[in-house]
Design a protein around this ligand. Structure first.
Ligand code: PLP
Length: 404
């Protein structure tokens, strides 16, 4: 009998551009862990890995839903109680002209659905650089070429409006704005939001406002929703339970589509077609949405207090360390310090992990202006862990680079 040769099953070539540095590095870290070293994890934005816990009233709402038999499929857009709570929250944020609301398996699923429903081959979407890599990964899957605009480090990481203007072409369908930002922690000013909305108006673009960190504002600034300053413009606003409500493992996100009704109808229908095709988001977990949005917000006071103190510790360390400088983050739990070193930031990050067991993510995993080098810090760990990590980085840099 002839032997059948085993043939390699190749992955689709479009995956060549799918990168997710944050999780890719975790494989190297696992190897270091196997050698018996304790890793100081400043790499993944999961508050549950640290001294933060999902508020009990959310857990009770989900537990009750499970006991009450809410374990079948849910409506494709989400359960009515959740949609009502999201609508009320949108209204508190000044979002009007709402054309649709739906619940998804995290913001991640919604980003994929909304981009898939919008983009044809040959079209593009403006995404920030540096970028939360979900966006570029989804665009790669759709075979959509990247068209990035710069966030300007010299302007507190605000979007570079001139760069956005330069990058808009006849093929551009929309602009993604992450606010508060991952990886920089920047929060957009009202003036910036208005300017971006004006560009969308002028070029008939859809705006994607990723506002998943909107309640994690660390100073006295107010978070302003992009949709609230542009009720006439098509805006797709993303929010969820992962960060503000400390429940990333439940995979619950939501989307609010706002803007003039007439123009948005076909797009909203397209999104709903995809929502139906994937059945529904996790069902019992959706009962946590009204509990979260309408219930007590006490946990946020404690979360912001911890983040404020850890942010200050981080920025003080950055600004007192040779070869490191940092724009102070105003929201979320990320800092994106700049490095002045004679080698790539990917090598810096890998060697730091191997030698000092501190895990951060290299700037080249998010994108940065050519010639600049950065790394992302997640400042969720407690002060003792951060202090130890920063002391290890100091030792590492001193040995490797000497004094500048
Ligand atoms: N958007 C941003 C900017 C994020 O930083 C993250 C997670 O880190 C997500 C979306 C993913 O959200 P979800 O857990 O709801 O899928």
């Amino acid at each position: 009998m002839p032997l059948t040769q085993s043939r390699e099953i190749t992955a689709a070539s479009r995956l060549e551009n799918v990168r997710y540095a944050i999780r890719d590095l975790a494989c190297v870290a696992a190897e270091v862990g196997k050698q018996g070293h304790t890793i100081l994890p400043l790499n993944i934005g999961d508050p549950i890995n640290f001294d933060f816990a999902t508020p009990p009233h959310l857990i009770e709402a989900v537990y009750k839903a499970m006991k009450d038999g809410k374990n079948g499929y849910a409506p494709s857009s989400g359960i009515p109680g959740a949609l009502e709570a999201i609508r009320a929250e949108a209204s508190r944020k000044g979002i009007t002209n709402i054309q649709d609301i739906f619940v998804t398996t995290g913001v991640s699923e919604s980003v994929e659905l909304c981009m898939t429903a919008l983009l044809n081959p040959g079209e593009d979407l403006l995404t920030p650089s540096p970028d939360y890599p979900l966006y570029s990964a989804v665009l790669a899957k759709l075979d959509i070429p990247l068209n990035t605009y710069d966030l300007n480090e010299d302007d507190g990481w605000q979007p570079d409006l001139e760069d956005i203007k330069r990058k808009i072409t006849a093929r551009t369908r929309g602009i993604v704005l992450i606010n508060p930002n991952n990886p920089t922690g920047a929060v957009c000013t009202r003036r910036m939001l208005e300017a971006i909305a004006e560009l969308a108006r002028r070029h008939s673009l859809v705006l994607f406002a990723d506002e998943i960190y909107d309640k994690l504002i660390l100073d006295d600034d107010e978070h302003i929703s992009l949709a609230a300053v542009a009720p006439d413009v098509p805006v797709v606003t993303f929010g969820g339970l992962s960060k503000n409500y400390l429940a990333p493992g439940w995979r619950i996100g939501w989307t609010i589509v706002s803007g003039d009704a007439s123009g948005l109808k076909p797009y909203v229908e397209g999104i709903n077609k995809l929502l139906r095709a994937r059945l529904c988001a996790n069902h019992p977990e959706q009962y946590a949405i009204p509990a979260a949005l309408n219930g007590a917000q006490d946990h946020l006071v404690e979360v912001r207090r911890k983040l404020h103190s850890r942010r200050d510790l981080t920025v003080n360390w950055c600004n007192s360390t040779p070869r490191v400088s940092c724009v102070s983050p105003k929201g979320a739990f990320y800092a994106y310090p700049r490095l002045d070193i004679p080698e790539g930031d990917d090598i810096f990050v890998k060697e730091l992990l191997l030698q000092k067991h501190v895990l951060v993510v290299h700037g080249s995993g998010f994108g940065q202006r050519p010639g600049t080098k950065h790394f992302r810090i997640v400042f969720l760990p407690d002060e003792a862990t951060l202090t130890k990590a920063y002391s290890n980085i100091n030792d590492f840099m001193h040995k490797r680079y000497g004094n500048p």
